[in-house]
Design a protein. Structure first.
Length: 222
């Protein structure tokens, strides 16, 4: 399965004794409140207005909340930058908001001279867009219900129940979680979707090849 990224915004969050205790579970040396800066992220939700036509189910979001604790916060999904870890997720939860399931994550970073500019940019709303990054597991086609590869391409319209219906590929399970990133561009009204154009092209090409292969087999190689 390809890597999935969903985008939303970050905002500063105050820290209490409970939050500090959760943070100190992840540190080697206990930190005090004045040594820590925290922020909250509503990362994605279960809305179907996903511009890559791959919405998350409520069950998947609940799963992500359990898997994201302890994961790093980096910049622009660049896993090659060994010094690029900016913060870490210390808590996450699935929250019901406006009839949707939302993934809310709580992150922390130390208040150091190195982080002063980043903290100031977060507080000023300059650094605000963030994106989760994970690998999808089980998915489901919104047209035929197939959990495996089918001929329906997300975003294309097909005849279904007597009308034209846009294909959505529902992400029902997560296979692996990687990181949370600060990014520059959001894509969806609330939770957004961010995925490279190369990945989209690769997926469509794979589907086209599977369709051609099936047609050739059905026509005895002709």
């Amino acid at each position: 399965m390809e890597t999935i990224s969903k985008i939303m915004k970050a905002a500063h969050e105050d820290i209490g004794d409970h939050e500090l205790a959760l943070i100190n579970k992840l540190t080697l040396v206990p930190l005090e409140k004045e040594q820590v800066f925290t922020f909250k992220v509503t990362a994605c939700d279960s809305g179907e207005d996903d511009r890559n036509f791959e919405p998350l189910t409520a069950e998947c979001i609940s799963q992500l909340a359990k898997m994201y604790v302890g994961k790093p916060v980096i910049k622009n999904h660049d896993l090659r930058d060994v010094d690029g870890t900016l913060a870490r997720v210390y808590a996450a939860e699935a929250v019901k908001e406006n009839g949707l399931q939302s993934l809310v994550m709580h992150c922390y970073m130390p208040r150091t001279a190195k982080n002063e500019d980043l903290i100031a940019e977060i507080n000023a709303g300059i650094k605000s867009e963030v994106s989760v990054d994970f690998r999808a597991g089980k998915t489901r086609c919104g047209i035929c219900g197939a959990s495996k590869l089918c001929s329906h391409i997300p975003g294309y319209k097909y005849d279904a129940d007597g009308e034209k219906k846009t294909c959505l590929r529902y992400i029902e399970e997560c296979a692996e979680v990687y990181e949370l990133s600060f990014v520059t561009v959001g894509a969806q009204p609330r939770a957004g979707t961010r995925k490279s154009l190369d990945e989209r092209k690769k997926r469509k090409l794979q589907l086209m090849l599977e369709i051609i292969k099936t047609e050739v087999e059905n026509n005895d190689g002709i």
